[in-house]
Design a protein around this ligand. Structure first.
Ligand SMILES: [Cu+2]
Length: 135
C-alpha cells in the first residue's frame, strides 16, 4: 500500500507508521464533506505525531473528534493524532476520524484516492477506497 510514497516530494515515510483498512463511506454525489476511516499502527519504538493530512482530490482534510456532550453528538477539530510506541489508533464513525472537505469530483463505491499523512518533515501516503457503508 505504501509503494507509491516516493511519488511527489521525495520525503521519507513516517517511521513506523502503518495504515490499514483505509476507507471512505460512499455519500451522495453532492456531499461537500466525506468521512475518512482507517486503522493506524505505530510499528516503531518512538511516539508518532501526525500533524496534518492532505489529498489532491480534496480542498482540505481535517482531523476530528466526535463525542457525546450533554446528550448531543459534537465534533471538534484536532490539532493532530498521536500514536505511542507500538500503539494503534482507529479512525471510525463516532470517534476520531478524518473529514475530507470539498471533494473535487464525486466519488462512487470502488473509487480510490490517496491521502498523505504528515508527521513533521516525513509523510506516508495511504490509499483510501470508497465503499458503501454497512447497513
Ligand atoms: Cu468530523
Amino acid at each position: 500500500m505504501l509503494a507509491c510514497a516516493s511519488i511527489g516530494r521525495a520525503a521519507a515515510d513516517c517511521t513506523g507508521l502503518r495504515i490499514e483498512q483505509a476507507w471512505i463511506p460512499q455519500a451522495p454525489p453532492v456531499a461537500a464533506v466525506l468521512g475518512g476511516y482507517a486503522s493506524l499502527f505505530n510499528d516503531g519504538g518512538t511516539a508518532l505525531h501526525i500533524d496534518a493530512v492532505d489529498g489532491a482530490d480534496f480542498g482540505g482534510v481535517e482531523m476530528h473528534q466526535m463525542s457525546m456532550e450533554g446528550g448531543m453528538m459534537q465534533m471538534r477539530p484536532l490539532p493532530g493524532l498521536d500514536l505511542p510506541p507500538r500503539g494503534s489508533l482507529v479512525l471510525a464513525e463516532g470517534g476520531k476520524h478524518l473529514m475530507l472537505m470539498n471533494p473535487k469530483h464525486p466519488f462512487k463505491a470502488g473509487d480510490a484516492t490517496a491521502l498523505r499523512f504528515h508527521c513533521g518533515r516525513q509523510s506516508t501516503l495511504a490509499t483510501f477506497t470508497v465503499r458503501a457503508p454497512a447497513p
